[in-house]
Design a protein around this ligand. Structure first.
Ligand code: AKG
Ligand code: FE2
Length: 342
């Protein structure tokens, strides 16, 4: 695992982690505007317009850095944004997984959707957090060992955020990016978010493994939340897919936290090697309030370490958004009369 602050300088490869730290003055100026805004779920289209206006206060270089992160194939897969404004007062972390009904200000939601708006469009899926644009990622009692965002006591495997889709592919209509924004850290400060970039993974594995990863010998299980809520707990496997695809220089990776089923013994060996490689090359970030991670959901896979949940109102609390560069190509999933997707 590459510790962030001790990562060796790499001269031969593009940096796969970008860092953006706001100046205190910029943080305070943006915070003062966000604290006056109301709950964005009341009128999301108005609010996202307003957040674009507010975040245009970033210095041009930082704005460009975030825009470049969203638009170019050769930029980093993960962006670590720090010193963001925080809410003046925080209610307890909801023990039921949220949303909180006690949150009086909406600074964290504004930061999340403001960053989202620089990468693309926030999207909601009815099968994930009921179509909401702001997802609460909170440990939930009973979910400790699940491969979902309710988990805590087990390592959440390297994965992309995928969505069940009748077309048989879960890696097509899924988000291009996700943003993770830390509202509250875990008690012990040990919960780490990992990101492994497919470019680094490919470099770490041998040619034969890469070749197998590029062949359609794997089936992805649907997300844990889908299996639980919509499939009576039964696995729902995708069509056979490759885990790595696309040009050598700009590979795309697809993997499921809730189970990847290799169809041959060599595919199993390649998957095992890929998982090992993920741990070897991953960036590791311990998110704190005021930190956000911009995650390219195609260039790499992410994971979360174990931590201890206490369900005492002070547990780890992230907010998350799903981002598409365009909603046009997923219009076949549009829910009539609502601006969400099924
Ligand atoms: O909790 C984390 O750090 C990551 C969780 C995750 O994978 C997600 O919310 O998609
Ligand atoms: Fe995830």
């Amino acid at each position: 695992m590459t510790m962030l602050d001790t990562a060796p300088a790499r001269t031969d490869a593009p940096a796969t982690l970008a860092r953006i730290t706001l100046d205190n003055a910029v943080r305070d100026a943006i915070g003062a505007l966000l604290v006056a805004e109301s709950d964005p779920s009341l009128d999301p289209d108005w609010s996202t317009a307003r957040y674009r206006q507010i975040f245009s206060q970033l210095p041009t270089e930082q704005l460009q850095q975030i825009l470049d992160f969203g638009r170019h194939s050769d930029t980093a897969g993960v962006g670590y944004v720090r010193n963001l404004p925080v809410d003046p007062e925080l209610p307890p972390t909801p023990v039921d997984g949220g949303p909180s009904r006690l949150k009086k200000t909406f600074v964290s939601e504004g930061v999340l959707l403001g960053l989202t708006g620089m990468l693309g469009e926030p999207v909601g899926f009815t099968t994930e957090k009921d179509g909401q644009l702001v997802h609460d990622v909170i440990p939930v009692s009973g979910g400790e060992t699940t491969q979902t965002n309710m988990g805590s006591s087990t390592f959440l495997n390297f994965h992309n955020d995928i969505v069940y889709d009748e077309i048989g592919r879960y890696d097509v209509s899924n988000p291009d990016f996700l943003v993770l924004h830390c509202v509250r850290a875990d008690h012990d400060g040990i919960a780490a978010t990992h990101y492994a970039d497919a470019r680094d993974i490919i470099r770490a594995v041998d040619e034969r493994t890469a070749e197998i990863l590029r062949s359609p010998q794997f089936r992805l299980n649907a997300p844990g939340s889908y299996v639980r809520n919509f499939a009576a707990g039964e696995d729902v496997l995708s069509d056979p897919v490759p885990l790595i695809s696309g040009p050598e220089e700009f590979p795309e990776i697809a993997s499921s936290a809730n189970g990847v089923v290799p169809m041959t013994t060599s595919a199993q060996a390649a998957l095992d090697r890929m998982r090992e490689a993920c741990r070897e090359v991953a960036h590791e970030v311990f998110l704190r309030p005021g930190d956000a991670l911009l995650i390219n959901n195609r260039k790499g896979v992410h994971a979360r370490s174990q931590f201890q949940a206490r369900y005492d109102g002070q547990d780890r609390w992230l907010q998350r958004s799903y981002v598409r560069r365009s909603q046009w190509t997923i219009r076949y999933r549009a829910v009539a009369g609502r601006r969400v997707h099924n």
